[in-house]
Ligand binder design. Structure first.
Ligand SMILES: [Zn+2]
Length: 526
């Protein structure tokens, strides 16, 4: 046995472990500087070390055993390492849109990402990886060392796999509480080859879902004599519990001339993916009929439709919505990634103003905002005005600030519209609320155990430029699941498939009282 060679091998093994861990450290460093309060770091450190030890053991083993085919292992490994390290540092994770753009054949989509790749930084990783792997020229046959590495890798492998498996099963619950620091760190620990494979799989199924065509099936669509005289704005809010709006907190509403505040609107579900498609399409408990969506209803009535989104575009949670948004004649999706990369909702003002320049009336504009989606302090950085005693590092303070700014946002849209000198109508609602919890960010999606009524009690506001009535609270319970029928009355568009008894304007509203939660039905009263 050659002691020198063992020493060399062990040194390389340690360096290899360190390098495997490196990208994760970048993320920890970033997170501990950006999250408040700083999360406990011990668990993720252990997990990272396990992943590192596991990967380097496997690689060292392969290099020892398969001397002859070493080059075939080394090259793909180098490519994989460079790829993952680079993505982790630059984008934070195996972002779906990034994978999509790599798979995409359209060069314009990919060029955005490719142009953002920094060559010096890339070389910084290529050189050490290549050097270490090519230096590993041993042809040792150490039985004990092999066994040791294999057992080590195996021991590390168990929790690693377990973590991955559990997270698949918990994916649903995971969504709701993903914004707590601990869970973000746990998510990062999943950023490995298994996660990458899962993401590719998810992407393929999303592409399939996206490609299922929508064929409008509205029949006998008739518009009213005033339909084309108005402009219509639908502001789709995000994660905004009703109880925290000033409108629902005893504020004097009379100053809001032409505004109506619905006292008890209930969202179809506790998360965007389950909620928005139901708000936009005719649906039953089991089925959402995308062929009967309100955008196509308006299209068929001769309205010019627009969908401007500051939400995610591609992903398990975004694709069902962007697919509907794309039914609009004109659509802009500002955010190619997920909600995590969203910027200011104010960018939609410009889209709205541009749309109104094209045609004076007869426009229907959807503004899909990121609103008060947690983590809240991420939103605050985009606001120009803040609440009194605002604290930019306190999630509770940032949340209040987000709701305050949502109110400013609605006012701003109203003032943009009032300057057009054309009659207009605005609807604002949130896709769902949030539940109160005891840990940061103190408000989470009401998914699974976190379900509460606050997660489905949403604000619903109607503004009509032609109404001179003082603002008031309308005492009504309305399930937004049937919004299609309200929308039809609001726009004075009729079709065979519309049930006016499910409209909020009906004197005898007849709705089934239930919502969805994790694909399950929750009955609310009789
Ligand atoms: Zn949402």
């Amino acid at each position: 046995m050659n002691i020198e060679k063992i020493k060399k091998l062990i040194t390389l093994y340690i360096i290899l472990t360190f390098i495997t861990c490196l990208p994760y450290w970048f993320k920890f460093d970033y997170l501990s500087n950006h999250l408040n309060p700083s999360p406990s770091i011990i668990k993720p450190i252990i997990k990272t070390l396990l992943v590192g030890v596991f990967s380097s053991s496997i690689i060292t083993l392969l290099l020892i055993s398969l001397k002859k085919y070493r080059i075939f292992i080394i090259i793909p490994l180098i490519i994989f390492w460079i790829f993952t390290t680079y993505i982790l540092i630059t984008f934070g994770s195996f972002d779906l849109s990034l994978l999509a753009s790599i798979m995409d054949t359209t060069p314009s989509e990919s060029s955005g990402y490719i142009s953002s790749i920094s060559i010096p930084r890339l070389l910084f990783f290529v050189i050490p990886y290549s050097y270490i792997l090519f230096r590993l020229k041993s042809n040792l046959k150490f039985k004990y060392l092999k066994r040791f590495l294999l057992s080590l890798a195996f021991i590390c492998y168990i929790p690693f796999i377990l973590n991955g498996t559990l997270s698949i099963f918990n994916q649903y619950k995971y969504l709701g509480t993903m914004s707590t620091p601990r869970q973000i760190l746990e998510k990062i620990n999943k950023t490995n080859i298994i996660d990458l494979a899962l993401k590719f799989d998810e992407l393929l199924s999303l592409k399939k879902e996206e490609n299922q065509k929508i064929t409008p099936q509205w029949t006998n669509v008739v518009k009213g004599k005033n339909t084309l005289k108005f402009n219509y704005i639908v502001i789709v809010g995000e994660s905004a519990p009703r109880k925290d709006f000033s409108y629902y907190n005893g504020e004097n509403l009379t100053k809001y001339v032409g505004w109506k505040f619905i006292s008890n609107a209930v969202s179809p579900a506790t998360n965007t993916r389950e909620s928005i498609p139901r708000i936009l399409s005719v649906n039953s408990y089991k089925n959402i009929d995308e062929n009967l969506n309100i955008i196509d209803l308006a299209n068929q009535a001769g309205i010019t439709t627009y969908w401007f989104s500051n939400q995610g575009f591609l992903g398990k949670y975004d694709t069902p919505i962007s697919k509907l948004g794309k039914r609009a004649k004109y659509h802009i999706f500002h955010n190619k990634g997920s909600y995590e990369s969203a910027e200011s909702d104010n960018r939609l003002f410009i889209d709205l103003s541009n749309a109104l320049k094209k045609q004076r009336s007869g426009n229907l504009v959807f503004l899909h905002t990121i609103g008060s989606h947690p983590p809240f302090c991420k939103r605050s950085q985009f606001y120009e005005k803040h609440i009194k005693n605002f604290n930019a590092t306190n999630e509770k303070s940032c949340y209040k600030d987000a709701i305050y700014n949502t109110e400013i946002y609605i006012n701003k849209i109203n003032s943009i519209m009032s300057k057009t000198a054309n009659p207009y109508k605005i609807i604002y609602f949130s896709d769902h609320g949030l539940s109160d919890v005891k840990y940061s960010p103190y408000k989470v999606h009401g998914v699974g155990k976190a379900f509460s009524l606050d997660a489905i009690h949403i604000p619903l506001i109607f503004i009509n430029s032609e109404s001179k009535e003082p603002g008031k609270l309308v005492k009504k319970t309305y399930f937004m699941r049937d919004f299609v029928h309200t929308f039809s009355d609001w726009m004075e568009i009729d079709a065979n498939q519309i049930d006016h008894n499910k409209s909020i304007y009906s004197k005898n509203i007849n709705q089934n009282k239930y919502i969805y939660e994790g694909s399950e039905l929750i009955k609310l009263g009789k």
